[in-house]
Ligand binder design. Sequence first.
Ligand SMILES: [Zn+2]
Length: 330
Amino acid sequence: MKANPISPTIPLNKDGVHHGFLKLPYSRDDSAWGSIMIPLTVIQNGTGKTALLTGANHGDEYEGPIALHELASTLKAEDVAGRLIIVPAFNYPAFRAGSRTSSIDKGNLNRSFPGRPDGTVTEKIADYFQRTLLPLADVAVDFHSGGKTLNFVPFAAAHILDDKATEEACFAAMKAFNAPYSVQLMEIDSEGMYDTAVEEMGKVLVTTELGGGGSSTASSNAIAKKGLRNVLTHFGILKGEMQIEPTVNLSMPDKDCFIFSEGDGLYEVMVELGDPITKGDLVARVWPMDSTGSPPVEYHACRNGLLICRHFPGLIQSGDCVAVIGVAEA
Ligand SMILES: [Zn+2]
């Protein structure tokens, strides 16, 4: 396989705090010999575990970038045992555009793994993580939120896996993150996900959905910062006590958790995020946009649980996710 064109401007394996970039050559109209400069911090102190920390895998999700910028700018090498590789804006072109996907090639980084060294900009980023950074890592924390189109109750998540040893380690790390909600996740569309790439290498992955709507809040940022430090403490990379509070354990066992819109319209959510739901309850209504006098289309819950995700914008399109129901676990 070809070499990946990305090169780090700082060492990945030298003690100390190093701030630099992942430099990705990108020749274009406004910069003939230009590069995309993806911010990177590496903090290393002796031997120990390596954590690979990423935000803005989707460019319009902000808790991760905020927590990671704070960590990168405040931690000292002596605070760490092992190594942190911090990339606050994983899909940097998407992050700069404030959009879910890349402004250059429309690539959805979380559907682009394992990537290609000779592919699009997004595929090159994926390939660099797949073949260069992930093999260095013991644990990966990849922050997500709902972005502009979804809003979530704040949760950390780990996936149900065939490899039960990896699954157990992922669940333990999710518990350490200790978001207000903890979700055992079934993905509806796992092909090409970073998560899958991490798990298939037998590494621990913790992911999150911490809010949404295309911004962050004081409380969602606090959850991100606390969870990040807890996970790093769990792996012995940071010292100190983990801050553990009560969490609601949930699962998303099957496709009945998801409700999708079958038409365009004006979206009216009927329950609040976190509210309990009984099978058959009215979850949302979609009103016609272009004339009065017609009833709305109603969307009902297919199972008991609680509302963990809702469509965010005021208008909805056919095929959009209306809502997601999480199922309470003991
Ligand atoms: Zn995301």
